[in-house]
Design a protein around this ligand. Structure first.
Ligand code: SAM
Length: 240
């Protein structure tokens, strides 16, 4: 999968994403991540890419043309019209389900705004999806773009050491993940639950599913409404 990030701060996204698991995936050729500097497409001698908003108001706005030309450079390179995500607090909130859907793309363009945002006209022409990472306002779209690349990359086959580890995680089937334990068996007088030491796989699976249901009810009861619970699990939840 190929990520193309349109940004005014290429070093910020590349430094972050070429570290750890995503960095290794790039080295292995499982992913490619490029940052296109929108400032390279500035069309005045000062290389400025922002201007005052018409009608007044606080702050500056990124101009349409440099963003458009940066997008055109990607389109030309990959020889097709790509899906373009504008990271914006006004977008739909990013979810694991959306990440699964984006992971099917071969190329994904992520457009990072800055200042007060971007001239609406270029957004109308190039953006296919508006995505927010939560109901708060950041200074730029770079961190949100990194959040998206990180989340989507984990779903690309081969990126995680063990492909299975991306499967049994929080949000699968609208449940949170069960509690996990590693060595030592006893820590601060707390013992690992007996069933996990039993080697009995069916019992372990049953315990984990039950713990997921309990944890989801405690921490994210909103998710349970979208979850297919068995009659037994419904009773368990009602008792809590
Ligand atoms: N004036 C804009 C508004 O009220 O919608 C906010 C602009 S914000 C200061 C600058 C840039 O940060 C945005 O263009 C967007 O790319 C990014 N950004 C800020 N908060 C975000 C969020 N919650 N999710 C995704 N991107 C965000």
């Amino acid at each position: 999968m190929n990520f193309h990030i349109l940004t005014l701060f290429p070093e910020m996204v590349m430094n972050g994403l070429l570290t750890s698991i995503t960095g290794r995936a790039v080295t292995k050729g499982l992913l490619s991540i490029e940052a296109i500097n929108i400032r390279d497409y500035a069309y005045n001698k000062h290389h400025s890419v922002d201007d005052y908003p018409y009608g007044g108001g606080a702050g500056m706005l990124m101009q349409a043309e440099p963003v458009y030309q940066a997008y055109e450079s990607v389109k030309k390179k990959i020889n097709k019209k790509p899906r373009v995500v504008y990271l914006s607090p006004q977008g739909a909130t990013f979810t694991q389900h959306m990440a699964e859907e984006f992971a099917k793309e071969e190329d994904l363009v992520l457009l990072c705004g800055h200042y007060e945002g971007i001239d609406e006209r270029v957004l109308e022409e190039i953006v296919t999806d508006y995505v927010s990472i939560g109901d708060y306002v950041l200074t730029g779209g770079e961190l949100p773009a990194m959040v998206m690349v990180d989340t989507i990359s984990r779903l690309v086959p081969g990126v995680l050491h063990n492909d299975v580890s991306a499967e049994f995680e929080s949000f699968q089937e609208n449940l949170l993940e069960y509690p996990q334990y590693s060595r030592p068996e006893v820590w601060h007088e707390k013992k690992v639950p007996e069933v996990l030491l039993s080697g009995h796989h069916a019992k372990i699976e049953k315990w984990r599913r039950e713990q997921s249901v309990i944890r989801t009810k405690q921490r994210r009861p909103d998710l349970l409404q979208k979850c297919n619970l068995t009659e037994e699990e419904k009773k368990l939840v009602d008792k809590m």
